[in-house]
Design a protein around this ligand. Structure first.
Ligand SMILES: *Cc1c(COP(=O)(O)O)cnc(C)c1O
Length: 457
């Protein structure tokens, strides 16, 4: 039988958008460690988390057993506005590289927020609305999460208060204005409106902020205002669950042509897109049905997996959030002003951390300049202008494809292209002018940060 020619884009029909999320925890022999109360060191249950998070989302956060969770009809309908996301066969990139490898990418940038974050934002806004809340608070780094949440809140008729890492607030005025256009209030963090913001400003005068600081502020505002809850765009189990629409669609598309990837690659900030992309494949791996090489890519400036420690840590700088067991650089770690703002978090998803510790995935760290070189190379042949975050995955996909060129192996590579880079043109400008540098923290700096980890067990 002649092999069917695989199209440039494999589209699914609207009916093939997933109707359930897949909970990879159900197939994990070692479950991710529970969140702990920072005061007592005890695991936090449903009632303990209710002041901070929406009820239904807490249930999803704590559910380690249900394999499939229904996607409410209203969310399925919202997904139809911008999904299914295309799965692209990168024929042009393959040709440019002269590689026998077959490269596919799942593109999540086809919505105004420009990234995969909308997949979870709409779910979190939906459950907040269902619970009768007035609004939600959150942090944003580069601004993709804040933008996505603003869109989702506008759709659901909810108030949205965003604490934006100061360096991004100043460097990315356009993202800020997109959020305001959708009706959100945007405050640079650390601000002087919260107790924790004032403390951080006092301890680190002139600080450009970090996700950890902004989270503390958003949590404080949620817990001090009636009818508000805090929502988070990554790291948490629930976010990873929502993002499995990426992997479920990618797998359904590949299955149509009986394509099985050998290597699956994604960038990792807090781990939500990577977790979402790999979940259905990881499920097969965990059940012993199939094997895949899975690679997490992180910036050398913020190397949680490759140089971090696996320990309980604070999720935020102000130490008000529950403790999570994760690969971490320490909640005091403030990474250099790397241009991939979405990858600047000090910790990593507890689910991915456990899978990494158990040897189910690999991690590599890459330097910023090489990431932009890969981004430019990709843009020139595939057309899409990628986000700096996404370009971390491109960099390693290209590296793997070039290895195939040396060995002559026809491996199939799948990577996640999480978003577009239109709001990152200052960074592209620095790269084009040859002014970009690579900051890598020293061991000494990391040791200093590890010394502040909470002592648990
Ligand atoms: C936020 C973001 C990331 C990183 O977040 P994860 O939770 O690790 O997926 C990657 N790419 C883009 C475009 C983002 O906006």
């Amino acid at each position: 039988m002649a092999e069917e020619k695989i199209p440039y884009k494999i589209y699914l029909s609207e009916d093939e958008i997933p109707k359930q999320w897949y909970n990879v925890r159900s197939d994990m022999k070692t479950k991710p460690a529970p969140l702990l109360n920072p005061g007592t060191g005890q695991p936090m249950g449903y009632e303990d988390l209710r002041p901070v998070f929406c009820d239904e989302l807490i249930k999803q956060e704590l559910d380690n057993d249900t394999p499939y969770i229904d996607i409410p009809q209203e969310i399925q309908d919202f997904y139809k506005m911008y999904r299914p996301a295309p799965l692209v066969r990168a024929y042009c990139l393959e040709k440019a590289l002269g590689t026998p490898a077959k490269i596919y990418y799942k593109f999540e940038g086809n919505n105004t927020s420009g990234s995969h974050k909308l997949n979870s934002a709409i779910v979190q806004a939906y459950y907040a609305k269902q619970q009768g809340l007035k609004g939600v608070t959150t942090e944003t780094g580069a601004g993709q999460w804040g933008t996505a949440l603003s869109m989702a809140c506008a759709y659901m008729g909810l108030d949205c208060k965003v604490y934006m890492v100061k360096v991004s607030y100043e460097q990315k005025p356009f993202r800020r204005e997109v959020m305001r256009t959708y009706g959100a209030t945007v405050t640079p963090s650390p601000s002087m409106d919260t107790e924790v913001g004032r403390k951080i400003n006092e301890a680190h005068p002139g600080t450009t902020g970090s996700l950890g600081c902004a989270i503390s502020e958003a949590v404080e505002v949620a817990t001090h205002n009636e009818g508000y809850r805090y929502v988070l765009g990554s790291v948490l189990n629930q976010v990873l669950l929502h993002q499995t629409v990426i992997g479920l669609e990618a797998k359904a598309a590949l299955d149509k042509y009986n394509v099985v990837p050998d290597i699956i690659i994604g960038c990792a900030g807090g781990g939500s897109n990577l977790g979402g992309l790999i979940s259905p494949f990881m499920g097969e791996k965990l059940r012993g049905e199939r094997d895949y090489r899975i690679i997490a890519v992180e910036p050398a400036s913020c190397p949680s997996f490759t140089r971090g420690v696996y320990a309980y840590d604070f999720c935020d700088t102000g130490m008000v959030c529950p403790l999570a067991k994760m690969y971490t650089l320490g909640s005091n770690f403030i990474p250099s002003a790397n241009h991939a703002g979405g990858l600047r978090y000090h910790g990593m998803s507890p689910i991915l951390s456990q899978l990494y510790d158990d040897g189910y995935l690999e991690a590599v760290s890459v330097e910023q300049t090489s990431v932009f070189e890969a981004a430019q190379r990709f843009a020139r042949v595939e057309g899409i202008l990628p986000a700096p975050e996404s370009s971390h995955a491109i960099k390693v996909a290209i590296d793997e494809a070039l290895k195939c060129k040396e060995t002559g192996e026809e491996k199939t590579i799948l990577f996640g292209l999480t978003g577009t880079g239109y709001f990152d043109m200052v960074a592209y400008g620095k790269f084009n002018d040859g002014e970009m540098n690579d900051y890598i923290p020293t061991d000494e700096e990391l040791q200093k940060s590890f010394a502040t980890l909470p002592k648990i067990g």
